[in-house]
Each structure stands twice: as C-alpha cells, then as structure tokens.
Design a protein around this ligand. Structure first.
Ligand SMILES: [Zn+2]
Length: 141
C-alpha cells in the first residue's frame, strides 16, 4: 500500500515540532515562512534568506524533489533542521549571529549534534551522497 503524504501539512507541522523540541530556549523573532521551493534544484536541498529584510521576515525553501516517497523521512527532517539551525544561528534571520560564516568550522553539525542529531546527520549525508543523483535523473528527465 502506498501512503499519500500531505507534504504541505507535513512541512508546517514538522517545522513547529522541530522548533519546539530542539530550540525551546529560542524564539521566533520575525515572520518565518517555510515552504516548498518552486525550483527543482539539482544541488540545493534547502536554503534560507531574508524575506523583505531580516527584521521583517525569513523564508526557508525546501527543494520539492524531496517530496518523494523514495526519500526517507529522516532526510527531509534533516534538511529542515539544517535550515532551522541557520535561522537560530542568525543566518537569514535577525537572531544574534555568533559566527562569521554559516558553514565554516562545522557549526551546523555541532549544533545538530548538541540536539542529538549526530546519527541522523550521518545517515542523511550518506543517503544523499548515494541517492541524490538517481533522484535527479528520475525527476528531471
Ligand atoms: Zn546550510
């Protein structure tokens, strides 16, 4: 049996859950929009940028190629969690920024590990490395 997933609903409820469970000490300090991107990027799984300006809002866009039953749920959750980490580290948001660059020094991985996401991170990176190319071929050809 193939279960159909309401991906819009999933993105909204998962975002709320991840924030609640992993960043309870932090707050949503501007308008935060999390949505599926309209572009099927071949290499960007997700990104965050300011919406109008950072004090007004932030927008996280997730690659719609991840809306596929072939993609494990933990990979989608991992991509979302990665972008939320940027948000709370002040990249594309108005949170205090303690680092100069978003990826240098493995600051995202360190934050994910702090929340117990070490294993999911490794598992997800492995899955992406092994399967992303196939997914792109399947969806864009
Ligand atoms: Zn990133």
């Amino acid at each position: 049996m193939v279960t159909k997933i309401d991906y819009d609903k999933y993105l909204a409820s998962k975002t709320a859950e991840l924030i609640r469970e992993n960043f309870p000490e932090k707050g949503i300090t501007n308008i935060l929009i999390v949505k599926w991107s309209t572009k099927k990027s071949k290499r960007i799984l997700g990104h965050i940028k300011s919406f109008k300006d950072i004090n007004f809002g932030s927008i996280i866009e997730i690659n719609p190629l991840l809306k596929d039953l072939f993609v494990p749920q933990y990979v989608l959750d991992y991509v979302l969690m990665h972008e939320l980490t940027h948000y709370f580290q002040g990249f594309g948001s108005n949170h205090e920024r303690k680092h100069k660059y978003p990826h240098k020094g493995g600051i995202v991985e360190k934050e994910l590990a702090r929340h117990g996401w070490e294993e999911i991170t490794q598992k997800s990176e492995k899955w992406i490395k092994e399967n992303w190319k196939n997914l792109i071929c399947k969806k864009t050809n």
